[in-house]
Design a protein around this ligand. Structure first.
Ligand SMILES: [Zn+2]
Ligand SMILES: [Zn+2]
Length: 221
């Protein structure tokens, strides 16, 4: 039988054992706890009621959300990994993951049949909490004091072909243990942190998610 993954903890289950999010119908959860945690750490922003009428303007927005959510789900592990590596943890203060975060800006790449390749990265950087708050007041960034110490965040902004800002999301990275990233060889960490945007751009260009996960994703579990 084909197994499905819980959208939060990532463990595989037969589909019938998972409950679908009642609002957006897109995420699957193995338990109430996973659903609650997922809501708190980001699903809230992405969860939208599916509109009824395919000829309404809401429908286009719905399709956009669907495409973008699918893209984020596809690349989630890579986005987390590089979002954490961007922070160069071995060289930075202990609370860097609370005060700073990786930020990327993506835009659609039209006419791409591979859903993994339907967005390209325009730029990326590491921004302070304050800078993110003042640039995108609408982004629901939890106050620094409320963050769990082991979480890092990644802000994804999407602009359309005209350069208009269409979506902003915060991914809360619960990837392995942050301490493990602190123990990375310093030279390696510095090198990756200085070029994480081009590494990410190259992976997105290639569109080979499996290969990218194999090479970059280390769950440290
Ligand atoms: Zn779960
Ligand atoms: Zn939902």
């Amino acid at each position: 039988m084909v197994d499905f993954q819980c959208s939060y903890c990532g463990k595989a289950f037969p589909q019938l054992e998972l409950k679908r999010c009642a609002r957006c119908h897109s995420d699957l959860y193995c338990s109430r706890d996973c659903q609650r945690a997922s809501w708190k750490y980001g699903h809230k922003q992405r969860c939208k009621v599916v509109p009824m009428d395919p000829s309404s303007p809401e429908w286009d927005e719905h399709l956009l959300d669907k495409q973008l959510n699918r893209w984020i789900d596809t690349w989630e592990r890579i986005l987390w990994t590089l979002g954490v590596l961007a922070l160069d943890l071995p060289h930075r203060p202990d609370n860097i993951q609370a005060t700073h975060m990786a930020v990327i800006c993506i835009s659609p790449r039209p006419h791409m049949s591979n859903p993994a390749q339907c967005y390209k990265i325009n730029w990326g950087g590491v921004w302070s909490h304050e800078r993110c708050k003042s640039t995108w007041p609408e982004v629901p960034l939890a106050p620094i004091e409320e963050l769990e110490p082991n979480r890092a965040r990644l802000v994804i902004t999407m602009v359309d072909e005209e350069g208009d800002l269409r979506r902003t999301y915060v991914l809360s990275c619960q990837l392995g243990r942050i301490e493990e990233y602190r123990k990375l060889p310093k030279e390696f960490s510095r090198k990756i942190a200085s070029r994480w945007v081009s590494v990410l751009a190259a992976l997105l260009d290639r569109g080979d998610v499996e290969e990218a996960n194999r090479k970059w994703y280390k769950p440290f579990s």
